[in-house]
Ligand binder design. Structure first.
Ligand code: SAM
Length: 239
């Protein structure tokens, strides 16, 4: 899968995507990640990428012409057209279903806003999908883009290695995951639930299913109600 990112701060992407699973996916050629500097497509002496909002108001707005040139330039670098995603608080709120849909695309082009955001004409004519990572406002789209890249990478076949699967994580069956424990079995008198030490696989599976359901009911009842378009727990999920 190829992901292109358009940003005013390419340096922000150094570090978080150079460790662990995402790093390995890049090294193994599963994720082909390219970071592009929008400012390279400004044409004036000062390399201006923003301007005052028409109609007045606070802050600056990213210019449609600069963004369009940057997108055309990036698009021409690979044969796939690419699904253009603008990270914005005004977008659909990111969830497991959307991550899976995006992970099925051969190419994503992520656009990171800054200032008050981008000129709406760019969204209207060039953007395929607007995505928010939650109901709060960040200073830029770089962190949301990294969140999306990380989440999507986990769904690229082979990225988690042979032993792991995204199907065993929270949300995969519509429920939150059960609690996890490791050694020592007792620490400061804090004990691991007895059933996990029993070696009885059927009982362990039943206990985990109960825990998943109880947690979901208590913390995220909206998931059980199928709210926000989440997938309802499927057969075998215990719901
Ligand atoms: N004026 C915008 C508003 O009120 O909706 C906020 C602009 S924000 C300061 C600058 C940029 O950060 C946005 O263009 C967007 O790319 C990114 N951003 C901020 N919060 C975000 C969120 N919750 N999800 C996705 N992107 C976000």
């Amino acid at each position: 899968m190829r992901i292109d990112v358009l940003t005013l701060f390419p340096e922000a992407f150094r570090g978080p995507l150079d460790v662990s699973i995402v790093k390995r996916a890049r090294e193994d050629g599963l994720l082909d990640l390219h970071i592009h500097d929008i400012r390279e497509h400004a044409t004036d002496r000062h390399r201006t990428v923003d301007d005052y909002p028409f109609g007045g108001g606070q802050g600056m707005v990213m210019r449609v012409d600069v963004l369009d040139r940057a997108l055309e330039h990036v698009r021409a670098q690979a044969p796939e057209r690419g699904l253009v995603v603008y990270l914005t608080p005004a977008g659909e709120r990111l969830n497991d279903r959307i991550v899976r849909e995006l992970a099925a695309e051969p190419r994503l082009i992520l656009v990171c806003g800054r200032y008050e955001g981008v000129d709406e004409r760019f969204v209207e004519h060039c953007v395929d999908r607007e995505i928010s990572i939650g109901d709060y406002v960040l200073t830029g789209g770089e962190l949301p883009a990294m969140v999306l890249i990380d989440a999507v990478t986990r769904h690229i076949p082979g990225a988690l290695g042979d032993a792991a699967s995204p199907e065993e994580e929270s949300f995969a069956d519509g429920l939150l995951e059960h609690p996890q424990y490791t050694r020592p079995a007792e620490y400061r008198g804090w004990k691991v639930p007895e059933v996990l030490l029993s070696g009885h696989h059927a009982k362990i599976a039943a206990w985990r299913r109960e825990q998943r359901l109880a947690r979901t009911r208590e913390r995220r009842p909206d998931l059980l109600e199928g709210a926000e378009g989440e997938r309802a727990p499927g057969p075998g999920s215990g719901a």
